[in-house]
Write a protein that binds this ligand. Structure first.
Ligand code: GLP
Length: 242
């Protein structure tokens, strides 16, 4: 485990974007596992900036997103498909047929998850997986108690996650979907490199627990302690307790 201290959110985003761009320069046809949430938005903005300056080219890259709400159509402005297009894909040259997000509009969970695992396998696995972390230690939508050995699967969101995400749904928790399709911990652990971004004092407690506490399914991110190439880039506030 490597921990990189950044001054603030902007510095964290720059450092994370540097690691991603190094990956793409070293392997132009890299498979990037991407994440939503407020933590990686600045990383995407930095990559867009370098793309506009001609410093990075995504034309051969494949992207495979971590998760998607079950039941939201792609066009819904809170779907992760929409989020990724707005914050990244619409501004860079990732080829549309190399963009993958779990199909939240497929009501058949088993089929949607099986197809997603097949996509990951066909792509040859993930070279670099970008992650944020939930306040309860979830990664993707692998909530506390999630089995470490799962591939893509359907999950029930916890009360805490629904509460944390209601700000995106007019602050009305009845509008937040109750389930999601997510890559499993096994999928994430099979990525050849894992890069987590964490920012803000509200993440300090969970960062300490996940990376300096026991490895346990109760804190899903804690398994990353065992990953052979895990990098945490955090700002001062998020790393203040370690
Ligand atoms: C959601 C996403 C996670 C993300 C988490 C934290 O639940 N499914 O992938 O890491 O939120 O989000 P934020 O970065 O906004 O704190």
């Amino acid at each position: 485990m490597k921990i990189i201290r950044a001054k603030d959110y902007k510095d964290m985003s720059r450092k994370a974007a540097n690691i991603i761009s190094a990956q793409v320069i070293m392997k132009p046809y890299a498979v990037l596992g991407l994440a939503t949430g407020s933590s990686p938005v600045g990383t995407y903005a930095q990559l867009i900036d370098w793309y506009n300056k001609g410093d990075i080219d995504f034309s051969e890259v494949t992207t495979i997103n971590l998760d998607e709400y079950r039941g939201l159509p792609r066009e819904h402005d809170q779907s992760y498909w929409y989020f990724m297009h707005k914050n990244f894909f619409d501004s860079v040259n990732v080829q549309p047929d190399r963009i993958f997000v779990p199909d939240g509009s497929n009501p058949d969970a088993a089929e949607a998850c099986r197809e997603y695992d097949a996509i990951i396998q066909r792509a040859g696995g993930i070279d670099l997986q970008l992650l944020g972390i939930g306040h309860d230690g979830h990664i993707g939508f692998n909530e506390p108690g999630a089995a470490f050995e799962l591939g893509t699967h359907c999950v029930d969101l916890t009360k805490e996650t629904i509460e944390a995400n209601k700000r995106f749904f007019n602050n009305d928790e009845t509008l937040v979907p109750r389930q999601a399709y997510t890559m499993g911990i096994k999928t994430i652990m099979q990525a050849r490199k894992v890069l987590m971004v964490a920012s803000g004092a509200d993440k300090a407690q969970i960062i300490k627990k996940a990376f300096f506490g026991p490895v346990t399914p109760e804190v899903p991110a804690s398994i990353l302690q065992m990953h052979p190439d895990f990098i945490l880039v955090g700002d001062q506030d998020a790393l203040s307790l370690i």
